[in-house]
Design a protein. Structure first.
Length: 297
C-alpha cells in the first residue's frame, strides 16, 4: 500500500526529533497514534524504518531513504496547496526571523539570501538577540514567526531540524592540551564562560555536571567579542562552534575537537499556531538541503 501523507509527516517528525514522544508533540497527535501509523507503514513497505534505542529512535538505512523522499513529497504538496492561497494584492510579504549573532553569521547569512533569491516577494526581517531565552520569548509573544536556534527548545514550540554543528574547545596559543581533547581534562581548566544565570551558562553547567568536571571561570561575560579577546589574551579556553572559529579567531587560537566529538543540532522553531505562507516556504527551503541524519555504520 502507498504511504499516506500523514504517515510521511509522522516519519519525518520522528527523524527530526529522534523520539516518538517529541515527534507526536510536534505534529499534535497522540504518541500511540503516531507509533501505530509508523508501524503500519513499516508493515506495508515490508522494511524496518526505525531502530528503537532506549527512549529514542534512529533511522535504519531504509528509513533514511524514505525520509529523503518524504521531504520531497511533502514540499511538493505544500507548494500545490500554496497555489490556492490568496495573495494580498502585490504587497510584499513580511517574515520576521530571530536568531543569535553566532547563527546569524553562519546560517542566516546563507539561508536568507538564497531564500529571498527564490522568493523575491518576501521581505525577511532578521533580528538578532544575544540570549536564546529572548528568541523564544519573541516567538511565544508573537513578535517573530520563526527562530533559528540551537535545539532542543521548550516542548511548547514546534521545531524543524536543519543540521548538526560541532562544538569545539578554543584555547590560547601554546596551551599544550591534547588534540582531540578528553572531556575529563576540562576539570580545573581556566575557561571563558557566560555569566551565571544565563541560559547558555546553565546549559554548560549541566553538561559539566554530567561529565563530572568543574572548570575554573577565568572570565564571565556574555559579549561574544569579549569571548574572543578573553581567549586571545590568554585568559582561558572557550567552548564554541567550529564553524565560527576561523571568522572570529583566524590563526590566533588553538582549536580542538572533543573525544568523543560533541555535536549540537540546530533548527527552526515556531509557536504552535498556523504559519504564514512565507514562513512555510522558508522552512521548506531550509529543510530541502538539510542532511538526513544517517544511521551509524
Amino acid at each position: 500500500m502507498t504511504p499516506t501523507l500523514a504517515q510521511l509527516r509522522y516519519l519525518v517528525a520522528v527523524a527530526d526529533c529522534r523520539s516518538i514522544t517529541g515527534a507526536a508533540a510536534s505534529v499534535f497527535v497522540a504518541q500511540s497514534a503516531l507509533s501505530r501509523a509508523v508501524q503500519a507503514m513499516e508493515r506495508d513497505l515490508g522494511v524496518e524504518l526505525l531502530a528503537r534505542r532506549g527512549r529514542g529512535v534512529d533511522l535504519t538505512p531504509e528509513g533514511a531513504r524514505v525520509v529523503r523522499l518524504a521531504r520531497t513529497v511533502l514540499d511538493a504538496v505544500e507548494a500545490i496547496d500554496d497555489i490556492g492561497t490568496p495573495h494580498c494584492g502585490d504587497s510584499r510579504a513580511v517574515l520576521t526571523l530571530v536568531t543569535t549573532p553566532t547563527l546569524a553569521l553562519d546560517l542566516a547569512s546563507d539561508l536568507v539570501p538564497a531564500f529571498t533569491g527564490r522568493h523575491p516577494g518576501v521581505d525577511v526581517r532578521l533580528q538578532q538577540y544575544d540570549s536564546r531565552e529572548t528568541l523564544l520569548q519573541e516567538l511565544t509573544q508573537g513578535r517573530a514567526e520563526l527562530a533559528l536556534v540551537d535545539l532542543p527548545v521548550d516542548k511548547e514550540l514546534t521545531t524543524h531540524y536543519i543540521q548538526e554543528r560541532e562544538v569545539v574547545l578554543i584555547s590560547p596559543a601554546g596551551s599544550g592540551l591534547p588534540d582531540p581533547m578528553p572531556f575529563r581534562l576540562i576539570d580545573g581548566l581556566p575557561m571563558v564562560l557566560p555569566t551565571p544565570g544565563t541560559g547558555r551558562r546553565t546549559e554548560l553547567e549541566a553538561m559539566f555536571s554530567c561529565l563530572g568536571v568543574r572548570p575554573v571561570p577565568s572570565l564571565e561575560v556574555d559579549e561574544r567579542l569579549a569571548w574572543v579577546t578573553g581567549v586571545t589574551d590568554g585568559r582561558g579556553s572557550l567552548i564554541w562552534y567550529r564553524d565560527v572559529v576561523q571568522r572570529a579567531f583566524g590563526s590566533r587560537a588553538e582549536v580542538r575537537s572533543f573525544t568523543p566529538p560533541l555535536l549540537r543540532p540546530v533548527g527552526i522553531a515556531h509557536a504552535r499556531r498556523p504559519l504564514s505562507r512565507a514562513a512555510r516556504a522558508f522552512i521548506a527551503h531550509a529543510r530541502h538541503d538539510a542532511p538526513v541524519r544517517e544511521p551509524a555504520r
